[in-house]
Design a protein around this ligand. Structure first.
Ligand SMILES: [Zn+2]
Length: 265
């Protein structure tokens, strides 16, 4: 059964090279989530990580995606799809993405890890790396696909005079510019963002992957098609979009904690 699930899992990882938050965003999400693990979840996860911070693994899926043996298998699961009114039922994900998406991916991970104690350690560790990445990825605004709008945003813009793509601005440029931080400062960024009350944390982490992704899609929807190709973006863009980016980073962090606590707690 485990082998079947793993091979299914590897089949569904396919070729959609879109990377999600950059390293700063993913590491910050993982760091906050790690701070909110239950003692039991922490102990069970550390059996596989041997104390390596989850932040270290948080961009692993992006790092290996173009290298053998992962090139053909790990390239999916970085985005998912919703209807214009932000619903993401299984039939839609199956129809439009053959379940190669972050929501289906997280569901499959949860199912696969039900008996994680009987699985090889290396397989559990890789699953942990995938979960840590995917929950972050489906909160990146450029990773929300709508049936009426692909929203990948891989078109050219300039950001503070530098040529880039709008996708890259969402992944990295925006939060780096606003925070003044780079990847290695992720703990500092986590300190800044990890400020929500326990009540607020519980509220945003109710439910599971589909609810989380649909909630993110509702947050993102007002911002689609607002930036034309070739736009010159600067401080005004930062001021108008940083609240959404940091909202999604926080939601991802507390939901990731919930996911790990549910599976390993
Ligand atoms: Zn990714």
């Amino acid at each position: 059964m485990k082998k079947l699930l793993l091979s299914l899992l590897l089949q569904v990882f396919c070729c959609l090279p879109s990377l999600g938050w950059g390293r700063l965003g993913h590491a910050t999400i993982a760091e906050i989530a790690e701070r909110h693990l239950t003692p039991a979840a922490r102990a069970n996860i550390e059996r596989y990580t041997h104390g390596t911070p989850l932040a270290t693994y948080s961009s692993w899926m992006d790092e290996v995606v173009n290298t053998p043996p992962y090139k053909e298998t790990l390239a999916g699961w970085h985005a998912s799809i919703v209807t214009p009114d932000c619903r993401s039922p299984l039939y839609l994900r199956r129809l439009r993405r053959n379940c190669k998406d972050t929501v289906s991916g997280l569901d499959m991970m949860r199912e696969m890890l039900r008996d994680y104690r009987e699985m090889p350690d290396s397989m559990v560790l890789e699953a942990i790396k995938c979960i840590v990445h995917m929950v972050g990825d489906f909160h990146c605004p450029a990773h929300v696909r709508y049936t009426d709008e692909h929203n990948e945003l891989k078109y050219p813009v300039t950001f503070f005079g530098k040529e880039t793509t709008l996708h890259a601005v969402w992944d990295t440029g925006l939060i780096q510019k606003y925070s003044g931080l780079v990847y290695t400062d992720y703990k500092e960024y986590a300190d800044r963002l990890d400020t929500w009350s326990r009540r607020e944390q519980r509220r945003v982490s109710k439910g599971w992957a589909r609810e989380w992704f649909e909630d993110c899609a509702r947050d993102v929807r007002p911002y689609i098609r607002t930036v034309p190709e070739g736009a010159e973006l600067g401080q005004e863009f930062v001021d108008g979009h940083i609240a959404l980016a940091e909202l999604e980073l926080r939601k991802a962090a507390y939901q990731l904690a919930k996911a790990l606590n549910t599976i390993f707690g």
